[in-house]
Structure formats: C-alpha cells, structure tokens
Design a protein around this ligand. Structure first.
Ligand SMILES: [Mn+2]
Length: 341
C-alpha cells in the first residue's frame, strides 16, 4: 500500500501515523520527493482500513498495490485448492486442480419421485454431485418458496439411493442446523454479502459454494470468500452465475472472463452456472462447453425430468437426455484441452 502525503504535512501527525502503522505490524518506508512525501507500507495490509487513512488531514491519496484479500489470494497459496466432498457411504467428489465437478439436479426439490428420478439420471450421465433447492429465494413472495426441511429430507433420500453428495442453498443463518448433514452449502447471489451468514459459515467445517451477486465485482466476490476463510473454513468454491447488464435476451449475462480472472487471483476452485446465467435451456450446452474451455473447475446445471411442469426455472432446465449428451461433450472438451497442454 502506498500513502501519498499532502505538501508540508504536519510532522506530529506524520509521526503518529507511522507509529500507528508500526503498531499494526507494518513497516513504513519513507521517500521524500521535492514536494510530496510517499509512505510505502510493507506487511499484511489486508487488515488496514484504507478509508481511515484516506480520511486523515495529512493524506492526499492511498493506493493498494496488493489485493485486500489474503486467504483467498493465490500469491500466498500458489497451488490450486482441491476440495474433497463426500464421506462414508458416498461417492467422493473432488473439485479443483485436476478435478472437475459436475453438479446437476432440479432448481427445487418437489417430490420424492422427482428428486430420486433426476438424481439417478444425472448420476448415470456422469454428474458428481446432486443439486436441489429446498429453500428458494424467489423474486415474488407468491412464487413457490420450496419445501424447506422436507426438501432437505428428500435430498438425503436421493443421496442414499445414488451415493451422490448433495448441494443445497441456505437462505438464513437460522436454517443452518438443518444443514449439518448437507455435503455442500450453497450461498445464493442475493446472499453473497450477507456477512453475518458468511461469518457463521466460516466457523463450520463444511464446503461452501459461494455464488457471485448479480451486481458484484469479482473483488467483492473474493472479499465474501475471505469472510468465510477468515473464520477458518477454507473450503470455498466460487461460482459465476451471470451478472445484470442491459441485455434482455438472456436472464443474466454470463461473465466468462470471470473464470480466468478468478483463477489468476485465487487458488479456490471456480464453477460456472450456465442455467441461471442464461435462463434459456438451449443456451446451457454452448455456455457449459465454453466455460469448460475457459478453465472452469466445474459446472452446476439445472436438470428436470419434466421441465414444462417444473415449479421453478423450468425454461432453463435440461431434460436428463440432453444433460447426458452435454456431459459427454464436456468430457470431450476436457480431453481436448488436456491433449493441448
Ligand atoms: Mn433455479
């Protein structure tokens, strides 16, 4: 971090600032120019509040050289993080590094036969985890809100049948006791900056799939990951799910450049959600293949056995047959990329 001081700053105030920084464990290098003095801050500046320094009378400008996130930063952890999901009696799913995860299932859990049928079908097609919403954050309060605790019970039943680890979304910290036995807890786009929830997840020993908020920058997404990691939980999976732009032909705009940008900045695995990004089932396959080629560590795809009658997100859901075809092509893209490496 670099602090540019105003001309002729008050010497006592400068000394106080240097003393305060030293107390924070920061070494200060001073370089005096003809008119301006620059302080170079060396050490872990991720815990410093830039705005506090900026607000000082003697300070003209503050610039960060290093990103404000530390735990999620690749600079301090060059190797890709590999997260292992599953446990006794379950298939082991790995994500990150060489491991690619395919997470598939319906937008919401509706009935026992629905979730079990979809689970069997996606497993057969090569999915490594089962997704399904029990608590649904819907835009309208009059839309189907999910089965709640019963939905989680049905997901566990489908897990028992197939051995697939389950991924489902928490909407409120009060619901967390119900998620004790869930394999991956999803934080939805609307909750990406629910910092109290993130802090609680940080104290759990459980993988978290963190979705990017619809108008969040990548740095904000990484800062939210940092909230979880700062509490000691390092098992964070980042998810690009489309951002809000002026385009209306797709539900959101899939920001594919997020994949290489995040992978450069962070060691955490990155998955892409082409279903919510596009909102159109026909666009799911091409964007899944593009995301795979762009270096994603996994995909999360909505699959429904009867999309016309789905209670949520039918228009963007793939039928099991289409999903199986896509899963095969994804393996093809991965093989082609490995062959080029
Ligand atoms: Mn959905």
């Amino acid at each position: 971090m670099i602090v540019l001081l105003k001309e002729n700053p008050n010497a006592v105030a400068v000394a106080n600032l240097k003393q305060w920084l030293n107390n924070e464990g920061i070494t200060v290098h001073v370089s005096e120019g003809e008119r301006h003095t620059i302080l170079g801050l060396v050490g872990d500046t991720s815990r410093l509040d830039m705005s506090l320094i900026q607000a000082l009378e003697i300070v003209d400008d503050v610039k960060r050289i290093q990103e404000p996130f530390k735990n999620a930063n690749r600079k301090f952890h060059p190797q890709d993080t590999v997260i292992e999901i599953g446990g006794p009696g379950l298939e082991t799913a790995r994500i990150g590094g060489e491991h690619f995860a395919v997470i598939a299932g319906p937008c919401s859990v509706e009935t026992e036969s629905q979730i079990c049928q979809v689970a069997e079908a996606v497993k057969k097609a090569g999915a490594t985890m089962l997704r399904g919403g029990a608590f649904k954050p819907r835009t309208s309060p009059y839309a189907f809100q999910g089965l709640g605790a019963e939905g989680i019970r049905l997901l566990k039943l489908a897990r028992e049948h197939t051995g697939l680890p389950i991924v489902t979304e928490v909407m409120d910290a009060d619901q967390l006791p119900l998620f004790e036995d869930v394999d991956v807890i999803q934080v939805g786009a609307r909750n990406m900056q629910n910092f109290e929830l993130l802090k609680k997840l940080g104290r759990m020993d459980k993988p978290v799939l963190l979705k990017r908020g619809m108008s969040a920058t990548l740095e904000e997404l990484l800062m939210s990951a940092e909230y979880i990691m700062a509490g000691g939980n390092e098992k964070v999976i980042l998810c690009e799910r489309g951002i809000r732009t002026f385009e209306t032909k797709t539900r959101n705009t899939l920001d594919l450049s997020a994949v290489p940008v995040l992978k450069n900045l962070s060691h955490l695995p990155v998955v892409v959600d082409p279903s919510h990004a596009t909102g159109v089932s026909k666009l799911v396959a091409p964007m899944s293949l593009a995301a795979t080629a762009a270096g994603a560590d996994g995909l999360i795809i909505e699959v429904h056995n009867d999309p016309e009658r789905a209670l949520c997100d039918g228009p963007q859901s793939l039928r099991p047959e289409a999903f199986a075809e896509l899963a095969e092509k994804v393996r093809g893209v991965r093989a082609a990329i490995r062959a080029m490496a």
